[in-house]
Design a binder for this molecule. Structure first.
Ligand SMILES: [Zn+2]
Length: 965
């Protein structure tokens, strides 16, 4: 059979010479789907021509030998007839280039072992309106296609497993034989036994088990070929027939997750489709090729979802990770695109950079699968490589996370065409070509998984069967986490752990931990007591022991000094949760199992106060509560000194002059830390309309929803320290925040801060374009935030910024934005230059030597001046995250250095000795008054990747207290 697709700007013509009934049936079905009634007489003629007017005129024929481009004007009847007759004759007489099968795709793809495609299964173009590869397919069409196939096929079930911030649903298909579909739950539960009860799964049982393969696509929205291939794969699996397809569906359950990041995909796809004319351009400088800031790679808040598998802070990640654990596949794919001049990459990747918590067998199986990818790409003649770049170290990535869950994660990277055609250093790269390669490696993954089925199943079983031995070898037998002062953050950490099937228990008896990580109010390291009922325990002897170790350990030595991403993510350090390692464990330490960790623990102590409420500041959501209070029109005050107060007692009422309502029991005297928020019941502001009843309702709400601890008091007179209306407690002002964003700023960091303020804390923020700074009305804002970026303000704008600060504005900046402010002499502080290497090194080693001097992402200890308002809620030391090499000298101004790195700061991750020397004793946080305002310089981004809960408080201190020191 010959199928020739001729694409023009107006019409699509398929000419087919026919052989056999199956082909005729296919053709007839095809024609019916485009509302052409096939004429059987013409089918018997041996050739058939039809015209299809595409729903979405797609102007760009793909480059391919079999394609013939026809200008619309040439479609005169005469030309057409001549063309048809001549081509029909050629088709009839000469065996032309053969497509292995009739995939709905404008490029030859050879799939051995497939005889035909079932015409009852809709082809992509019948649902999405264009042939795959002709244009970029929007997310909802990918989903529509998946549902349409599920409706038509007894091999496919489509379900929803989540939604994005922008409300797009996440769908996946479960594809297997109808017989397997009929006992799908049984298969799934049997598959779970590999991890839950590995000792009960014999080799003989494995012989009969299907392999579960989880095919994931498109985590980066602007790597668009991925989801296109996912439609072709589904079509192939649902419609294909022949020994290879039958065998695959009999012995595999395939989870097709076609679009991990639909928000990002649509941001990208809408751009390329909207900026392409009738004639596509190959020019990388053309708009179609140059999506604007922030690009479609990331999710709604501009997070890289391929760093979020472990901590799963975003709804789509929670859906994705939930689906992963629901099935516990043996193989998970992660399809990507890379630079246009590259070729194709598939793992194993760089062997010396594998995470040591991943067993060696994982890499052997990854390499065995790689042989299949090579075979398929060899078949199509695509250039590729498999070892020279990318690593398997950080478990936040989709290709590495499965490795610590008894599965094999595989990273695929196709050179990106960005648009439809792209001129590269190796000629023109087309979108269909990139899709073809993604399809080919999808097929190779399936073929390889089938060939290695018993090995993969046995690997998962053995991975979990060896968990007790891995736990025995680990000197740490359990971790304990404090659930007292850091309750909310600890609960957020528990939510992460529970999502990954990690078993956590209430601590049943009080213990001393051998080592304590510096966090929260805990000063330094050393022994710490964890009290029964106020702590949780995580025993290491459990199936996910490797994942626990990988999440909790503090590693500072590595076999390789280069990292594709961060080198440390120790969760208790990131979350600011005091945690300890136990070197011995007995079952009586574990109380009731904790199966969910919803935020709770808000308390109103002493009942409703008639005079004021005192809110403690160390709960994570205290800033959310404070914002609600400010937003309601109250004027709370910040206690800058410790004091004691009389809490509760009779006489508590709705407010001064009101009667009724009892404050409750006897009064108690309590001490309060710096940072306590004083909320008066009566408003001094004559213009205020806030009533005592409204204050009371507000307090009830923040206690219930923000999980804060508030004390009610009936008097402003305190037994010690300042009285509640005293001069050391300045009035706080509601922040009006602008965040410089847009081209020139780092979208990740803008997004992290935007997400933190909006999603976590319910605080509005204006994202204003940095390159429109000169038109900005700064007077609308109390607070301006500058993240990493290349800022380009002229002298006039810099002066305007300085004036705004002197008039009372709070300017918060970090990393190179802080350096920029120093360079602009907006603030007189000093940089510590990172000295380049002077060692003579051979050419070959230049890049690795330079790479080893990078701080890719590691965790360091900083010491705090706890008397400074910007450190309120923190103890003497806290861990900070750093991923760059700008070092700040401590300020010469007394009291301005709020935090500095310790003299030996490394807590976890990699840093070269030379860089650690530069980091030691450098400034981590500088806060300076400038006129009526302030400049706050963070050395590092306090809002990294949404899981650094531990440092969010520093940023929020700057937001709320930046005018109060
Ligand atoms: Zn990618």
């Amino acid at each position: 059979m010959h199928v020739v697709v001729v694409t023009t700007s107006e019409v699509r013509i398929t000419i087919c010479t026919l052989a056999g009934d199956r082909v005729k049936a296919n053709m007839a079905g095809l024609l019916r789907r485009i509302n052409l009634d096939p004429d059987p007489r013409r089918l018997y003629l041996g050739a058939y021509v039809f015209l299809q007017v595409p729903m979405n005129p797609s102007p760009i024929p793909s480059q391919e030998q079999m394609m013939i481009r026809v200008h619309p004007r040439a479609l005169s009847a005469v030309y057409f007839l001549t063309f048809f007759l001549a081509f029909g004759l050629i088709c009839a007489l000469v065996p032309g280039p053969v497509r292995g099968q009739d995939l709905p795709f404008a490029m030859e793809v050879r799939v051995p072992g497939t005889l035909s495609y079932d015409p009852a299964i809709p082809r992509p173009e019948s649902v999405i309106g264009h042939v795959v590869g002709d244009t970029h397919t929007r997310s909802h069409l990918v989903a529509d296609y998946y549902r349409a196939v599920a409706d038509a096929s007894d091999r496919v079930v489509v379900s929803r497993h989540g939604a994005t911030y922008e409300g797009r649903h996440l769908y996946h298909a479960v594809v297997t034989s109808p017989a397997n579909q009929a006992r799908l739950e049984e298969i799934r539960l049997a598959n779970h036994r590999l991890s839950d009860a590995p000792g009960a799964v014999s080799d003989a049982m494995i012989e009969t088990m299907p392999v579960v393969v989880h095919m994931g696509y498109g985590v980066h929205g602007n790597e668009a070929s991925t989801s296109e291939a996912a439609m072709l794969v589904l079509y192939h699996l649902a419609a294909g027939s022949g020994p290879a397809v039958d065998d695959l569906l009999d012995r595999a359950v395939i989870i097709m997750d076609p679009n991990y990041n639909p928000d990002g995909r649509d941001r990208f796809v809408n751009w390329v489709n909207a900026n392409r004319g009738r004639v596509a351009t190959r020019d990388g400088q053309d708009r179609e090729h140059a999506e604007p800031w922030p690009g479609g790679r990331t999710n709604h808040y501009w997070f890289d979802l391929n760093r979020d598998w472990l901590v799963a802070q975003h709804p789509s990640s929670q859906g994705r990770v939930g689906l992963f654990h629901h099935w516990r596949a043996q193989v998970l794919t992660d399809f990507h695109e890379m630079g246009s001049n590259a070729t194709y990459f598939f793992q194993p990747g760089i062997p010396s950079r594998n995470n040591p918590n991943t067993p060696e067998r994982t890499f052997e199986l990854t390499a065995a699968l790689a042989e299949h990818h090579a075979e398929w790409l060899d078949r199509h003649g695509a250039l590729y490589y498999s070892r020279e770049t990318f690593d398997d170290f950080f478990y936040g990535k989709g290709s590495t996370f499965p490795d610590v869950n008894g599965a094999i994660g595989i990273l695929f990277e196709q050179a990106s065409s960005r648009a439809l055609d792209r001129m590269t250093n190796d000629g023109v790269l087309t979108y269909p070509y990139t899709i073809r390669n993604q399809f080919a490696t999808s097929m190779s993954t399936l073929a390889g998984s089938l060939a290695l089925r018993t090995e993969l199943l046995a690997h998962q079983r053995d991975f979990y069967a060896s968990a007790p031995e891995a736990a025995r070898r680990n000197p740490v037998k359990a971790y304990v986490l404090d659930l007292g002062g850091t309750r909310t953050r600890t609960q957020a950490l528990l939510q992460m752990l529970l999502r990954h099937r990690i078993r956590v228990y209430e601590l049943a008896r009080t213990v001393q931990a051998d080592r304590t990580l510096p966090a929260g109010r805990t000063a330094g390291s050393g022994e710490r007591t964890y009290r029964a009922g106020e702590a949780v325990i995580i025993p290491m002897d459990q199936p996910q022991t490797r994942l626990i170790k990988a999440s909790m350990e503090q590693v500072t030595t590595f076999t390789d000094s280069l990292f594709y991403d961060v080198s440390a993510w120790t969760l208790p350090l990131a979350m600011g949760v005091p945690s300890g390692e136990l070197r011995s464990y007995s079952d009586d330490l574990a109380g009731a199992e904790i199966t969910e960790a919803a935020f709770d623990g808000g308390e109103l102590i002493g009942g409703h106060g008639s005079y004021a409420y005192l809110m403690e500041w160390d709960r994570y959501f205290a800033p959310r509560a404070l914002y609600r209070i400010l937003d309601a029109g109250l004027r709370p005050r910040l206690a800058r000194q410790p004091f004691s107060a009389t809490v509760g007692g009779p006489g508590g009422s709705g407010g001064p002059g009101e009667t009724g309502g009892s404050g409750g029991a006897a009064t108690t005297e309590r001490t309060f830390d710096r940072g306590t928020i004083i909320i008066p019941v009566a408003q001094r502001d004559a213009a205020s309309t806030v009533t005592a009843a409204q204050v009371r309702a507000l307090i009830d709400r923040v206690v219930a929803e923000d999980h804060v601890i508030v004390h009610g008091t009936n008097t402003g007179l305190t037994p010690s320290g300042g009285d509640l209306g005293g001069p050391t407690s300045p009035v706080l002002v509601k922040p009006e925040i602008a965040l410089l964003s847009g081209p020139g700023t780092r979208a990740y960091e803008v997004g992290e801060t935007w997400h933190l303020l909006n999603e976590r804390f319910g605080i509005p923020v204006s994202l204003v374009d940095a390159d429109g700074f000169s038109d900005l009305d700064l007077d609308r804002y109390t607070t301006l935030v500058m993240v990493t970026g290349s800022y380009d303000l002229d002298t006039e704008d810099v002066n305007r910024l300085m004036e705004w600060v002197r008039d009372g504005g709070v300017l918060i900046a970090w990393k190179n934005a802080a350096r920029w402010l120093i360079g602009q002499e907006l603030i007189d502080e000093g940089l510590r230059s990172a000295r380049p290497d002077t060692v003579a090194i051979p050419y070959e080693l230049v890049s690795s030597t330079r790479g080893a001097q990078r701080i890719g992402g590691a965790i360091f200890a900083a010491a705090f001046d706890t008397s400074h308002p910007l450190a309120f809620g923190y103890g003497e030391q806290a861990p900070l995250f750093r991923n760059h090499e700008i070092f700040f000298e401590p300020s010469a101004t007394p009291g301005a250095t709020v935090a500095r790195y310790t003299s030996s700061p490394l807590l976890a991750g990699y840093i070269s000795p030379k860089r650690q020397e530069e980091l030691a004793d450098s400034a981590a946080l500088i806060a300076r008054r400038q006129g009526a305002g302030a400049v706050v310089l963070f050395a590092d981004n306090p809002n990294f990747r949404a899981f650094w809960y531990g440092t969010n408080g520093l940023f929020l201190n700057a937001v709320f207290f930046g005018g109060a020191f």
